[in-house]
Design a protein around this ligand. Sequence first.
Ligand SMILES: *Cc1c(COP(=O)(O)O)cnc(C)c1O
Length: 459
Amino acid sequence: MGADDDAYAEPLDHAHSNALSWLASVGERPVGPRSSIEELVSAFAFPLQDEPLDPVSVVDELSRLAEPGLMAMPSGRFFGWVIGGTLPAALGADWMVSAWDQNAGMRYATPAVAAAEEAAGGWLVDLLGLPPASGVGFTTGATMANFVGIATGRKAVLDAVGWDLHEHGLTGAPRITVLVGEERHAAVDLALRYLGLGAPTVIPVDSEGRIRPDALSAALSHVNGPVIVCLQAGNLHSGAFDPMRQTIENAHRHGAWVHVDGAFGLWAAVSPRLRGELDGLETADSWATDAHKTLNVPYDCGIAIVARPGLLEASFGVHTSYLIQADQGLGDPFERVPEFSRRARGVPVWAALRSLGRSGTIALVEGLVDNARALAEGVAALPGVEVLNDVVFTQVSLSFGSDERTRAVTQQLIDDGRVWMSGSRWHDRDILRISVSNWSTDASDVAYSIDAVRQASSR
Ligand SMILES: *Cc1c(COP(=O)(O)O)cnc(C)c1O
């Protein structure tokens, strides 16, 4: 690089020390941002100057401007939505991925990151107890991982009725019926929309939000033509898992493709203690999950897994004259996802799993569940608090009586800034939802958070 050998040293030193200050602050600071969006917009709203600026001052200025508007999502006291934190090894790997700057689509051109991704994919499939030969693709998140699984299913069910999707497209194709539980995540609907499959047929669920096998069975027996069934591992509000073995068997009897959205809940499969909830999971055709949620890898990273890798590559592979491709063995990373993967998203997954090991991965998942149970028990003992779900995984839904009261407590918690939990609506009630997904949450965070709820609800 010659004269620019040292161009990176100082900006990266400053980025490093700014990052460490941020990380050191998340243990103590209020969880919510200190400045409003309006204040931040005006802080960033100055005209672009004419002259170049020294990169060190750009890095420091960005840190200074952003700091008051950051949400302490990496904090052990953050329980909003389903977010997850960042394991140290995964963050370190992510930094190196940025520095390496590999356009990571081809085994031939970027063998190091392709090999790390393949290794991570192999470990994942093994840990989750899925078919060993499965194809694994890394996406931006579970939305696109769902897209990948369902897209592969779309091609497979049309192939089965003799319709060549790549040749003829969807126009004039036999209609594909997509069956989903009433409480599937909206990401599934989005994936269906992107895929031109329209709105799904909705199947009733039980009180924990699990798809009802009898209702699914009835719907399947009324379907004519190609069908895809989307099951869910991990309901946003209850953490509950759709029943797998029998529903999958039944769907397969009707020739359906079965896809499982397990954005955060698929990880239950790594735990011998929790695996029973997902009995039969491995008999599905495709699965979607996130590494940026339960595995605590930095944003963005989703994972798509398809039992028969040939079908995955038949959906996403493309051969061109300017890409030099692997003709044998595993296909290239870009043949397994809709967008040419440039980010080497599997590399932080490799680092996360390598740092945890098998027992550490199991301990991570079980620790989240134990913390969720402890939180649920602690808040259930407070006056006027009702836990609305069976805490089988990481999600706890609370009511404080009336909708009005629940909303007031939610707002009070946000104002107090001691913890962050999100408001939501479930079964026609306003609720406060706790999602335990941060690796760093410990017993003292749990005790502190129960106290924060006690205080907010006693006003
Ligand atoms: C978060 C989530 C999604 C969407 O995942 P992204 O990573 O945000 O794209 C889909 N399904 C479920 C159950 C989720 O929790």
